[in-house]
Design a protein around this ligand. Structure first.
Ligand code: SME
Length: 159
């Protein structure tokens, strides 16, 4: 299956998981798991960081143990939060301040989760291959982030 078809499959599964429960740990865990299942080789590490005050804290993920807290503006994740946009990093070693959770990571994509225009968390994906992520990944992952952020936002809304 080509990359676009795999992303379409991924989006339909994320839509199911985002509506299957109201517990963020369970929903984000299944979303991370299905992302790893659909892209087992391309995604060396895939998971969520969630905004907590002036830090991102590690959420559900698939892959090797990772750093638990990242400050606003630091690393690829903290920079994507500060700039409020997705970042595609072709070579992590060329990114100033990159935080190396694993020495095997070579490239990375970070996509923010927005609620009312505010970053509430992020999808973070690392690959062991250089330059593996492009605009196709960004476009589909932004759609996935939108579905997941809508789910997260519903949890905090008071009617
Ligand atoms: N590389 C990230 C840190 C998180 S790990 O990749 C899982 C960064 O520079 O923010």
């Amino acid at each position: 299956m080509d990359k676009q078809s795999r992303y379409r499959e991924l989006l339909s599964q994320i839509e199911v998981f985002a509506n299957a429960d109201d517990n963020p740990i369970s929903v984000l865990s299944n979303c991370a798991a299905v992302m790893k299942v659909v892209f087992p080789k391309e995604y060396f590490w895939v998971g969520f960081y969630i905004v907590d005050g002036d830090e991102l804290i590690l959420g559900p993920f698939q892959g090797a143990p990772a750093c638990t807290r990242i400050k606003f503006g630091l690393g690829v994740c903290g920079t994507a939060w500060k700039e409020g946009r997705s970042l595609v990093v072709e070579d992590v070693e060329a990114f100033p301040g990159h935080i190396a959770c694993s020495s095997l990571s070579r490239s990375e994509i970070v996509v923010p989760l927005f609620s009312d225009g505010v970053v509430i968390g992020e999808i973070d994906i690392d690959s062991t291959e250089l330059s593996i992520f492009d605009d196709v990944d960004r476009k589909y992952l932004e759609k996935a982030a939108e579905m997941i952020a809508t789910f997260m936002a519903k949890l905090t809304k008071v009617d």
